[in-house]
Design a protein around this ligand. Structure first.
Ligand code: NAP
Length: 299
């Protein structure tokens, strides 16, 4: 018999991931702080839990996907938290992107009562969550990873065990360093092209398939040229992840001068009220410096 699953946090990511577990045939109990967000999944066959502790009491494996480090702490260790309902032998899998250091501490606290934990942050956005095509980076014990695989494969296409507790979070932050580096390079390139008087679409056609190309340039440069700021990934989440990167780099001693600068640029965009826009709206920080804007492509 497959393990009974609990899911805590049915936001943009969590609701798609939970729906895929139901589709795969798992017995699912869900909880969300805002209760209305559970209704859709309950209509699809999930049970409703009364609290994170209640979900844990009814589940063998408890999945979490909430916003930030203090939020994971609240649902794990708070008054009605998972810790108060989980039985020895249970497994917690945290899909949120949070601090690697705090993750190791949470794993230790759960381990003290015989509960295992994997950190398993994801990339692939809301589309990947809905389609079950996420990339999932997993840290923690190898035997618990094997146990979790059938569950993770119902939600992700690329599932990789990257090391011990906290390693999944570290690799996710590595991913974010690359994302924002590519994003700033794209934004500077487009500003430089326009200032140099060349046609942006022709520039894009000439170079996007070459050695300077990237997923970011291929997918987001056309959005910038249309001044389309709809998010795949929001500036608010990007700023949060870069804060986690800077904290972790401070602890490990890795020099990240470029990422530190981009972090500050994202902060200025939040201050100006752009937090809900896509991370490619980073170009607005350069437009503010330059005093000119990318002109929307004709047609
Ligand atoms: P979201 O739509 O804002 O949802 C956040 C979820 O966390 C909601 O269910 C929210 O409950 C819950 N939550 C927040 N604080 C809580 C607390 N203190 N106690 C209990 N529940 C709390 O965010 P999301 O986009 O799904 O992101 C979730 C995680 O996935 C984040 O760590 C994010 O960085 C990561 N991620 C997101 C994406 C993406 O493209 N969106 C991609 C990769 C990774 P309420 O409904 O009550 O607010």
């Amino acid at each position: 018999m497959s393990e009974r699953i609990g899911f805590i946090g049915l936001g943009i990511m969590g609701r798609g991931m939970a729906a895929n577990l139901l589709k795969a045939g798992f017995t699912l109990t869900v909880w969300n702080r805002t209760v209305a967000r559970t209704e859709e999944l309950v209509a699809q066959g999930a049970h409703a839990g009364a609290s994170p502790a209640d979900v844990a009491a009814r589940s063998d494996v408890i999945l979490i996907c909430v916003s930030d480090t203090p939020d994971v702490e609240a649902v794990l260790l708070g008054e009605q938290g998972v810790l108060h309902g989980a039985r020895p032998g249970a497994l917690v899998i945290d899909h949120s992107t949070i601090s690697p250091q705090a993750t190791r501490e949470f794993a230790r606290r759960l381990g003290d009562v015989g509960v295992s934990m994997l950190d398993a942050p994801v990339s692939g956005g809301s589309e990947g969550a809905a389609k079950g095509t996420l990339s999932i980076m997993v840290g923690g014990d190898a035997a618990q990873y094997e146990r979790a695989l059938p569950i993770l494969r119902a939600m992700g296409k690329t599932v990789t065990h990257v090391g011990g507790a906290g390693a999944g979070q570290t690799v996710k932050l590595v991913n974010q360093v690359l994302v924002v580096g590519n994003c700033l390079a794209m934004c500077e390139a487009l500003m430089f092209a326009q200032a140099g008087g060349v046609d942006l679409q022709k520039t894009y056609d000439a170079i996007s398939q070459g050695a300077a190309g990237s997923w970011m340039f291929t997918n987001r440069a056309p959005q910038i040229m249309q001044r389309d700021w709809r998010p795949g990934f929001t500036i608010d989440l990007q700023e949060k992840d870069l804060r986690l990167v800077m904290e972790a780099a401070d602890q490990s001693g890795a020099p990240l001068p470029g990422t530190a600068l981009i972090f500050q640029l994202y902060r200025t965009l939040q201050t100006r009220g752009h937090g809900a826009e896509g991370n490619h709206a980073l170009i607005k920080a350069l437009e503010n410096l330059a005093g000119f804007e990318i002109e929307p492509a004709a047609g």
